[in-house]
Design a protein around this ligand. Structure first.
Ligand SMILES: [Zn+2]
Length: 534
């Protein structure tokens, strides 16, 4: 009997944490950051206390109460005493690993809490992007996917305090890569993984490095299927169990630049005659898709006639979209100005995919250095800016030649605008998704005010109409979602044809029940913390 228990991703988009148990053998499918639940309690200035370790995420229901699964150094005295009576509490030992589908934090973020000796199985690109994100991001204690510094939780005078154990180096998590033999990685790639791009990074402790390995340790027979999604390196997984093959889709689509990956996945997964398919359902209610190639056409149309600055706002880590805008920049006689973190990501991607543009050599790419931060930049920014010295542009460079650039900014970078002062005729091209919750709606209202204030013309930006947010009719087709639409998802299900279909990562899982009755597939809806036996 194989059991699947769902600790996240139920009636929500993201936060997937699925426990697969075959007798005494156990695996997790993703271990994601639960954005929806996190937002119910927290915001930027109200966060779980790093110094309280596991207490806050357990007490707030962000992490399942599974004793034995988490890092010992995050344990406060008497912690499990408080949770042994909690709903879904259990002791859980012997987890052989996490099969990570891709590097979006709603699938990977909470890996940071897991015991360091639980390995993560992923594609090489997913591992490298996860590291690049952590190297160049804020990476709070609850998002340290690739490495962390063990802490000592003390309780002096009634207060919990966080203290890095002095003299202890950052610990790296074991990643087992599924698609490249570790020995086939270039020396540069190995160095990046074990340490960083630059030999000496002052002020940063040395990593206790854990070399990547292949499939070695896992007792399950695994299959890793590359799929198309809005971040490179995404994959679906197949796990051979005593009940037959279980397939886990991760996030996927059929309308991006790597659509053929998803087609091949459907074909190959079908050949395994799977017992069960765990399938995402983010966009089940969408009747159709905007294709990535449409984004190029519509982008060129929008930008061609612009006389001032063009700002392009697209999702972070969507390398395919970045490359779409790079091509648009070339074809409209502009240069693409990217942020240092995007440059870092491209540099990382090039270690594995040689057709990724080389920032140093590509004439169409420059790096925008933030005005105020440039006085005291972080080490990685300083290093990347040194390496790409001639490529750095500052606000004044953009400001004095506005029709020469497409600037890759998002809402969070708008505070640079007072230094840039967009000229009349400047354009803000919105190539991302519409607001999904109240907080995002507030940000969208702010974004509109910023654009009004600086006289920027919005293009493709949703506008509020009677409480709904809609993109003006003539400005649609600038964003290809990372997720397949309803009809495509049904094709995935019918194409793979499992005996049991389990929807996750969806606010409308009953879509599958409605549309697949009589198909021969048994649709079973999971519940939070509930177990499905297959
Ligand atoms: Zn995703």
């Amino acid at each position: 009997m194989v059991k699947l228990t769902f600790y996240g991703g139920i009636n929500e988009i993201g936060g997937n944490k699925i426990l697969l148990e075959d007798g005494e053998r156990r695996l997790f499918l993703d271990f994601g950051f639960p954005y929806k639940r996190h937002k119910q309690f927290y915001e930027e200035y109200l966060k779980p206390r790093g110094g309280a370790g596991l207490l806050d995420p357990l007490a707030m229901g962000l992490l399942p109460p599974l004793e034995g699964l988490y890092r010992d150094d995050l344990m406060t005295p008497g912690l499990w005493h408080q949770f042994r009576k909690a709903e879904h509490y259990r002791k859980l030992d012997g987890v052989e690993g996490v099969l990570l589908s891709h590097a979006h934090l709603d699938h990977s973020g909470y890996i940071s809490f897991l015991k360091a000796d639980i390995p993560v199985y992923s594609t090489a690109v997913t591992a490298f992007i996860s590291k690049a994100m952590q190297d160049s991001g804020k990476a709070d204690f609850d998002q340290q996917v690739c490495y962390f510094t063990p802490t000592e939780l003390k309780k002096p005078e009634g207060w919990q305090q966080e203290a890095c154990l002095s003299g202890v180096s950052a610990k790296q998590r074991q990643f087992c890569i599924s698609d490249v033999k570790p020995e086939a990685l270039s020396p540069e790639a190995v160095q990046f993984w074990n340490w960083g791009f630059w030999e000496k990074r002052p002020k940063q402790k040395e990593l206790v490095s854990c070399p990547m390995t292949g499939h070695g340790g896992c007792s399950f027979n695994l299959r890793c299927f590359p799929v198309d999604h809005s971040i490179p390196g995404a994959c679906a997984w197949g796990i051979e169990t005593s009940a037959g093959w279980i397939i886990y889709s991760g996030d996927l689509r059929r309308h991006g630049k790597r659509a053929e990956f998803t087609s091949r996945f459907i074909e190959q997964a079908n050949q395994l005659n799977p017992r069960a398919l765990i399938l995402e359902g983010t966009n089940v209610q969408r009747p159709d898709n905007v294709f990535e190639r449409d984004v190029y056409d519509n982008g060129v149309k929008a930008i061609k006639g612009a006389s001032g600055l063009v700002i392009a706002d697209f999702p972070p880590r969507d390398v395919d979209r970045l490359l779409t805008f790079l091509q648009i920049a070339r074809d409209t006689g502009r240069k693409l100005a990217i942020l240092p973190k995007d440059a870092y990501l491209l540099k990382t991607m090039r270690l594995l995919e040689l057709d990724t543009p080389d920032i140093v050599r590509d004439d169409s790419i420059v790096i925008y250095q933030e005005t105020v931060a440039s006085k005291n930049p972080k080490v990685w920014i300083r290093n990347i800016c040194q390496e790409c010295g001639s490529k750095i542009v500052l606000a004044e460079d953009i400001s004095s030649a506005q029709d020469q650039f497409i600037l890759c900014f998002s809402f969070w970078d708008l505070n640079e605008l007072p230094s840039i002062r967009p000229a009349p005729g400047s354009l803000y091209v919105f190539s991302s998704s519409e607001p999904h919750d109240e907080e995002q709606e507030i940000d969208f209202r702010r974004l509109h005010r910023w654009l009004d204030h600086f006289g920027l013309k919005a293009f493709g930006l949703p506008v509020e109409k009677n409480g709904d947010w809609e993109i003006p009719e003539a400005e649609r087709g600038l964003h290809a979602s990372g997720h397949a639409c309803g009809p495509d998802l049904l094709e995935v299900a019918r194409g793979i044809k499992p005996e049991v279909l389990i929807p996750v990562h969806s606010e409308h899982p009953d879509f599958y029940t409605e549309h697949l009755s009589g198909s021969g597939m048994d649709v079973v809806l999971p519940t939070v913390g509930g177990t499905i036996e297959v």
